[in-house]
Design a protein around this ligand. Structure first.
Ligand code: SAH
Ligand code: SF4
Ligand code: F3S
Length: 445
């Protein structure tokens, strides 16, 4: 018997955005330091962590559904440990609901204090009789450096550059769950990226709710991109997310200037109506937004652009929604994430009187998706017959006979490959078929 098979097993369920995925890597790092090894299901695990998201109501529902399923496991095995963390736990009414309805949960902690997880786990492991250990911090002032982590991939990595958000868009819960903006020191980011690149990572994605407002001492976001593009071995730099209210020309020019900066931007517009944008507290106009798109396409003609759009924000009229359709048609996005407005308790828009009926939201949503998909397909069709460079990312999820990879514009390409190609390798692929959400191609030797 090896020590491996004796070791305790853990499983982490992650909802939400890349911030949460990155936090889960840290939690996995702590567990592996304690000798735990990962497994794919909670049934096979001694400990499960659920890292939650609160951005829309369906995320909340999925969490409670998952917790309900896990209850059976706890009933069979009282030693099974259940921890819940992430954005939902930063809201008191959720923590209260757990205490009341799910008292068999062993630990609850929030987004600001994942570094206390090892202590909490010790407390749970050493307690004589069950209680729910709750440790959720408010606010989140400090940036904690040096936490361990277990990365999901060898060839690409997420790197936090800032935490929190100061924007308070009126629909959004994130400023309440992730606290105020704080940036990491540029030298810590640089060291981390150098370390990753030295270990074989080819692509980093810089993470923050609004990376454009990064301020690491006197290093702004664009300066940071220039610094990181000097790192040996690193081939691609991506970032998310950007807020249209602060896209300086300096950043736009970097797309023309920096080879390693991927020609891709996710630039959430949320709505094409000035009035709705104003009521969302977003601080730009549709003309400002369209001007930024023009400038980006002038600086980098092949740039791929994606966005987020909310349908049915309180008070949205049919003609304001038509402005969104019109903007989507003008921009011609490569892809767009579309959301039905979801009431988030505690946010200003939750109290707006003129909520839109569900059926109206759904009907608008369908029309929007139709337009978004039409543009995605058209944009993809422009690649037919072209040869593109991709970074291989392993077996295709859709088609096990094919490999998958991404262009620097973040287009997913499934291709007839060669088994010799390893994830993280760059190769050329000729595009033979265009679909709405992906491209198909064959390897060019
Ligand atoms: N910081 C990022 C977005 C984080 S949330 C940014 O500002 O772009 C991701 C997306 O979820 C948002 O862009 C928005 O489109 C959507 N979203 C946020 N709150 C929502 C709500 N209450 N209802 C529906 N969609 C919402
Ligand atoms: Fe939410 Fe707006 Fe902050 Fe994005 S910028 S996280 S949408 S408050
Ligand atoms: Fe969700 Fe929190 Fe991210 S609310 S979208 S996991 S910041």
């Amino acid at each position: 018997m090896t020590g491996q098979s004796d070791s305790k097993k853990y499983h982490i369920i992650t909802f939400g955005c890349q911030m949460n995925e990155r936090d889960s890597e840290t939690l996995a790092g702590y567990l592996e330091e304690r000798g735990y090894t990962p497994v794919d299901t909670h049934e096979a695990a001694d400990l499960v962590l659920i890292n939650t998201c609160s951005v829309r109501d369906n995320a909340d529902k999925r969490f409670f559904g998952t917790l309900g399923q896990i209850k059976k496991h706890k009933e069979k095995d009282p030693d099974f440990i259940i921890g819940v963390c992430g954005c939902m736990m930063q809201q008191q009414y959720i923590v209260d609901a757990i205490k009341e309805k799910y008292p068999w949960v062993d630990m609850v902690f929030g987004t600001h204090n994942i570094h206390v997880f090892p202590e909490l786990l010790e407390d749970v492991l050493h307690e004589q009789s069950h209680s729910t250990h709750i440790n959720v911090w408010e606010g989140g002032g400090e940036v904690v450096e040096g936490m361990p982590y277990r990365r999901l991939y060898d060839y690409k990595a997420f790197v936090n550059i800032m935490y929190g958000c100061n924007n308070f868009c009126t629909y959004c819960i994130v400023p309440y769950t992730r606290g105020r903006e704080r940036s990491r020191d540029a030298k810590n980011v640089l060291e981390e990226v150098k370390h990753l690149a030295a270990g074989g990572v080819k692509e980093v994605t810089l993470l923050g709710q609004n990376v454009n407002s990064y301020k690491g001492g006197d290093v702004d976001f664009t300066d940071l991109l220039y610094m990181l593009s000097e790192v040996d071995g690193l081939e691609r730099i991506r970032f998310m997310t950007s807020h249209p209210k602060d896209i300086p020309d300096k950043l736009i020019n970097a797309f023309g200037d920096l080879d390693k900066l991927c020609k891709f931007i996710h630039l959430p517009v949320q709505s094409g109506s000035d009035e709705v944008i104003r009521r969302m507290n977003r601080h730009y106009t549709r003309d400002d937004y369209l001007r930024i798109i023009d400038k980006l396409r002038t600086a980098a003609p092949d740039i791929c652009i994606s966005t987020d759009i909310i349908v049915g924000f309180p008070g949205e009229t049919e003609s304001q929604f038509a402005d969104t359709l019109d903007l989507v048609d003008k921009v011609g996005y490569d892809s767009a994430f579309t959301f039905l407005y979801s009431i988030r308790p505690g946010t200003p828009a939750a109290k707006y009187p003129d909520q839109i009926p569900e059926e109206v939201k759904h009907e608008r949503f369908d029309r929007l998706v139709e337009m978004v998909n039409r543009h995605s397909l058209e944009r993809n069709q422009a690649y037919l017959g072209r040869t593109v460079e991709i970074m291989a990312e392993g077996e295709s999820k859709r088609d096990e006979d094919r490999q998958a990879g991404r262009t620097d514009g973040f287009k997913l390409v499934n291709f007839d490959g060669d088994e010799q190609i390893r994830p993280g390798e760059f190769c050329k692929v000729e595009i033979t078929e265009a679909k709405t959400f992906s491209l198909v191609g064959k390897l060019v030797k």
